[in-house]
Structures are given as C-alpha cells and as structure tokens.
Write a protein that binds this ligand. Structure first.
Ligand code: GLA
Length: 698
C-alpha cells in the first residue's frame, strides 16, 4: 500500500506536520518536533501503519482528516448531510491535495450529493497551525449540513489522555483529566456562546513524555468536541461549531466556511502556553503592539453594587485615585430604571434620578483625578420591565408561543433584525460619542434559549460596528465572568473577565487554567472585598493584592471599608504592579511546580529580569516546605533576587535573614532553578512576590 501514498509536510519553527494521502484518505501521520529538512516522508509513511489483522476489513479503513462511514470505518463521520427529508449516504472521493510552504488543502467530492469539502491547514508563527473546512454545493439541489467540522485531529498514538476545562459560574475552567479510550468523550456547549461547558479549549497529553497538543475553537457560539479511539485504538478529536438549521442550508452554487480551530504542539505545557500567548499577542489582539500599559482599574460592582449615587461614586473615585488607580469603571446600575437586576436593560440612557446632569460631572471628576473612565453595558439584553421592551415586545428572541422564559430576569434582543441592530449601534455609538469613555465592560449575563447562528454572527457584527466607529475605546468581554472567552471575539477586544469570583484562592486555580492559553495582560484580575461576596471566605489584603498583580490588575472592593494599613498595603502592591507590568505583560510565563499541591506559582521572564509569585492555599504537612524552584531563567546569567515589601505579616517571621531578602542577593539562573528559594509557605493564604533583576557585567 505504501507505494501509492503521497506525503506533504507543513513546518512551524520547532514543529512539523506530515500528511499522507492514500486513496480517499488524507491522514495526519506526524505531529511533533521539527523533522530534518531531508526526512524521507515515504519512509515515515511506511512506519505509520500496520498490516491488516484478522478482525478488520482487508483494505484497512482509516479516518484521517475526513472520516467517513464507508469501507468499514467505525469512528464518527466528520460530515453528515441531508437533502429534503433524507439523510445522504455520502461517498467522498479525494480529488486534490495542494501543499505550499505554509498551507495544505485537501479536497473531496461527494458523488451522491455533489458536495465538495476541503480541509485547509495553515501554519503561523509560534508553532500555531490553523484548520478549517470549506463546503461548496456543486449540485443542483439544496444540501443541509448536519455537522460542520472545524478540526478533525487524528492524534499521535502516544497521546492517551486529555484535559478539558468545564466549569460553571464563579468556578470557570476546572482542569478535568480524561483517559482516551473506546468510550467517546463528548463536550457540548448550547448556551449560544462558548459558555462554561468545555470543548473549545483542550489539551492532549503524551503518555511517554511531557509533550502536549493544545487546541482552541475560534468561535463564539455553540459547539461540540468529540474524542474517541476507533476499533484499533487510534484516537481522533472532532471539534465543530454548531450551526442552526437555517445557517446549515447550502443552496446550489453556494459555499460555507467552518469556524477556524487552532492547534499547537509543544514539548511541555509551558511552551504550549507560550505558543498560544505569542499567537494571541501577535495575531489576534487588535493592535496589541500599540497598547499602552494596562491601567489599574477600580470597578464599582463589588464596591457599591446597585447602591449608586453621583456623590458615592465621586467619593469612590477619590479613594481610587489615592491608591494609584488609573481607570475608574462604573459597572451595572447607571441607566434608567436599573435599581436592581429586575429592570432597565435596553434603556441605555443615563438615569436622571442618579445623575441629573448626565455622566459629565462624574467623568470630569474622574479625569481631574488623573484617571480615565469606563462604563458597563449589556447591549444584547432587554428586561421585560423596560421602556424598550414595552415599545418593542417583538424585538426579543422568542419562539412562537407567548412564553418568554427569562434568566436573571432578562430576555435577549434578536440581532438578526435590522431594526434591533440599528438601535444598538446607534445607542452605543451615541453613548461613546457624547461621553469621554475609554473602556466598555461588555457583559452578557444569560444563556440563549432559543439560540441561533444569526445571534452568534450578530454579536460579531455589533462589535465590529462599535469598534470601527470608536477604535480608541477598549473593550472587555464579560459574560457572568468567563462565559464568552474565545479568540474570535478577542480579535476586537482588549481583555476578558475570567470570573466573577475574586476570592484569591479560587482565582489562583481559575487563572492557572486561563493562562494555559491566554497572556496575563488580557486577564482582568481584581482585589475583591473580604469576606468575598461569592464564597464568604476572608483573606488578608496582602494575599488578595499579590494574587491580583498577576493579570490586568484592578480593585473591586471599596477602599473606604479598609483601614489605613490595609489601604497602604494595597497602594504598595499597585505601585509594585506598575513597576513590573511591562515584564508581566510581555514576558514569557512559566508555571512553578511544587510537591505541595496547595502551592501555586508562576514566573514571568523578560530580557531585563523576572517577577514571580508563590502562593499557599492549604496548610502544610512539614513546617518548612520544599524550596521553590524557579524556571525559565538564563542558566549562567546572574540575578539580584529580592522579596519586595510588603510581606505577609505572619510568614515573614520565618525568614532566616529578613534584611538579606529585602536588599536582595545575587545568584545565578541555574542556582535559582536547581536549588530554589526557601520561602515561608506554611499557612494558607500566604503569598510571596519575588523580583529578579538581571545583572550585567558580572
Ligand atoms: C455580571 C458581571 C459582573 C457584574 C454584574 C453586574 O455578573 O460578570 O462583573 O458586572 O454582571 O450586573
């Protein structure tokens, strides 16, 4: 069989992919570290397969990039079609494979329906590859695409486990391990947004070494991911965006492009994260290179909730400025009729009862204090108790009955309607034109039911219209926290709100998951109140502030509720963040591993130095934990290592020579990585910041 196999390769910087075409199948036969330029790909194909065994068809069926239900293949077909009321028994035949340095396109024709399908893979910098499918109806009858794959990934056989990231409100992205086997694992989001359900961020792991493959579905709507081994133990991952019936109809002569997926291979997980981070920085985030420093926020939500008044906000702004805050964000509650979460969405007019002269005086005060101003908005929603709903009861998504089920007391505006889009674009752009607003926190606090592809696309259109009219305004994607995090929406935004949960213990775990894929500068990370309004847990300000520094830092508590010492500790952390944010937001992130499962740590390394934290969430077995070993440093460079103040009060008693740590001591990268630092991390809710300035001339 090998004689008929044709091979093609795509190369990244440190990674190669090799595709093999045999009859109607295009398989991915290599996805791993870069192969030498002269690798014999035919020989590679020859070592990719076994001969037939007793219990399988003689022409061994394989899935490849377009698994089909033919020739005895038992896995899940990538494409399902119907015409009229009948399902089609498609028979795709490979008609073309074209490969250039950075692109491979394979095309099949179905001789039954006349559907043409192409799988297209492209390579990007940073060892990221993207994949999508294109469907063209070459026949004379309408075709319905019941399944629209974005990625079909035949996994190398040593990838036997997977981590998915399901979650829920306030507990997003719970890293969940799975053993791959014959029983399929299926993850599905049907919230009309990426949601909390997993499947759009996945990591596959090798059993024989530390190598990993990560993938993300670049799509802001419903999706599924399905992973299973076939009869012979070969696992394939199928990731697809779900289109509704209307969007899945392909008239004769028309084509549809699936959502894109991105995939990357790396020898270890920190490298995989770096591939994703650099890709986001260089190719996704709008004009990332022109962003200024990520300003410290103060957000009114957990400080004042709905208890807003111009006077209380002005006081809050004064407190914020005194701490060193640089952006004041007015959250929910500022618009007409919005005294609680049961009314007002849709009426995006400043409430005259709260702000008799509009937002102007507050914004002027905020600006006068040297901060810029941000505003919360939830444009796609409408409260049944609102003027908008009373005027246009049909503007919301609803089925044919009068039953309009709400979530958080709200309905969803139908973005497939031209009048709704026009209302929203005009309302938001007018709001931005008539107020000095630097930032919008764009929220989306319910699932969509019924959901639809038009809604998924409408959100992107709305974002496009707003950002092109006001390109200088920064946007945060928020959806009850991390319910709408995807690189498609991020292409028009500047940050995400990873979770409503500001409890530092929970945030350490949530942020650990997000940072596997996203860089720190886009992860909003706030100091919340104590006790935390969601978990009820109390935490010292020192711990809350240290955790919040590793992201896009902000404050969501009311400084007036803190005593003078707490305020001073918070202000010192804000000052430290400002000194180190260039490194935090451009450096390379490594996760510190420790034998104590309660300890979390990260280090971010740039050319000039590094900043790290180590945080204890549990209570240790031995009083002195193992030394915290750093990562990512240059082995033979020297670093001035300091534990910058403020220190955790109790833990600092256990430093052997406090002066030494305060002034700093010089050690080589190899000593810091191999031996590590003796940090007092015995008690829960203790964290240390470690700064490392690279020494020159040593
Ligand atoms: C959502 C957001 C919060 C806050 C509230 C306001 O829950 O995630 O941060 O803005 O809405 O209603």
């Amino acid at each position: 069989m090998t004689a008929s196999i044709k091979t093609h390769r795509l190369d990244g910087k440190n990674v190669s992919l090799v595709f093999a075409c045999d009859r109607d199948m295009v398989d991915l036969i290599y996805f791993g570290p870069a192969l030498p330029q002269h690798e014999n790909l035919e020989a590679l194909a020859a070592i990719s397969y076994w001969g037939p065994h007793e219990n399988q068809p003689d022409g061994v069926p394989r899935g490849g990039l377009l698994p089909q239900a033919k020739n005895g293949y038992s896995g899940r077909p990538a494409v399902l079609l119907c015409q009229g009321m009948s399902a089609i028994d498609a028979d795709f035949q490979l008609v073309d494979v074209t490969c250039t340095m950075d692109r491979m396109a394979a095309t099949w024709n179905d001789c039954v329906s006349k559907l043409q399908v192409s799988a297209i893979w492209e390579s990007h910098a940073n060892d990221i590859f993207d994949c999508h499918y294109r469907f063209t109806n070459e026949g004379s009858q309408e075709i319905v695409l019941e399944r629209t794959p974005s990625l079909v990934l035949p996994l190398p056989s040593h990838f036997t486990t997977m981590t998915s990231f399901p979650g829920r409100w306030a507990r997003e992205m719970q890293a969940t391990p799975h053993q791959l086997g014959a029983n399929a694992i299926e993850m599905r989001s049907s919230a009309g947004k990426p949601g909390f359900d997993a499947g759009n961020w996945l990591i596959f792991r090798s059993i024989t070494d530390s190598s990993v493959i990560g993938c993300h579905l670049v799509w802001n709507g419903d999706h599924t991911a399905y992973v299973a081994q076939d009869n012979d133990g070969r696992a394939t991952a199928l990731v697809e965006s779900i289109l509704d019936r209307k969007a899945a109809i392909l008239p004769p002569g028309c084509n549809i492009r699936s959502a894109t997926s991105i995939v990357s291979f790396a020898p270890h997980e920190d490298q995989l994260s770096d591939n994703f981070h650099q890709f986001a920085r260089n190719e996704i985030l709008p004009l990332r290179s022109q962003w200024g420093p990520r300003k410290v926020h103060l957000n009114s939500w957990e400080a004042l909730g709905f208890k807003l008044s111009q006077a209380s906000l002005i006081d809050l702004a004064d407190e914020a400025a005194a701490l060193g805050v640089e952006r004041f964000v007015l959250d929910d509650g500022w618009f007409k009729g919005r005294r609680n979460d049961r009314a007002g969405l849709g009426d995006w007019v400043v409430d005259p009862d709260l702000f008799p002269e509009g937002l102007g005086p507050l914004i002027d005060h905020v600006r006068m204090k040297g901060m810029d101003f941000g505003l919360w908005i939830e444009p796609e929603m409408v409260s049944p108790n609102s003027e908008l709903y009373r005027a246009h009861p049909d503007w919301c998504i609803h089925d044919h009955s009068d039953h309009r089920p709400t979530e958080r007391n709200q309905l969803v505006l139908d973005l497939s309607r031209g009048d709704v889009m026009e209302y929203l674009v005009t309302t938001i752009t007018d709001l931005l034109a008539s107020n000095d607003i630097a930032y919008l926190k764009w929220d989306h606090n319910r699932r969509l039911f019924p959901a639809g592809t038009a809604q998924t696309e409408g959100y992107i259109e709305l974002l496009k219209a707003v950002t092109s009219a006001h390109p200088g305004v920064e946007i945060e994607n928020c959806s009850s926290g991390g319910g709408r995090v995807d690189l498609r929406s991020l292409a028009m935004a500047h940050r995400v709100w990873p979770s409503d949960n500001n409890d530092p213990i929970e945030r350490l775990r949530i942020n650990r998951s997000w940072t596997r894929f996203l860089p720190l500068e886009i992860l909003g990370n706030h100091v919340g109140p104590s006790p935390n309004p969601i978990t009820g847990r109390r935490a010292e300000i020192d711990f809350r502030a240290k955790v919040a520094m590793f992201g896009h830092m902000g404050v969501e508590a009311n400084p007036a509720d803190m005593d003078a010492e707490e305020q001073a500790v918070l202000a010192q952390h804000i000052a430290l963040y400002k000194i180190w944010r260039d490194t935090l937001h451009s450096g390379r992130l490594w996760n510190l591993t420790h034998d104590d499962g309660g300890i979390y740590g990260q280090i971010i390394v740039s050319d000039e130095g590094a900043i790290a934290f180590a945080a204890q969430t549990g209570f240790t077995e031995n009083f002195n934990v193992s030394l915290v070993r750093l990562k990512g440093l240059e082995a033979d460079a020297y670093y001035q290592v300091t534990l910058p103040r403020p220190w955790p009060t109790k833990a600092s008693r256990y430093l052997a020579d406090p002066k030494l740590w305060e002034n700093g001591l010089v050690l080589s990268g190899i000593a810091l990585m191999q031996k590590g630092l003796p940090l007092p991390l015995t008690h829960p809710e203790t964290a240390w910041i470690i700064t490392l300035e690279r020494k020159t001339g040593l």
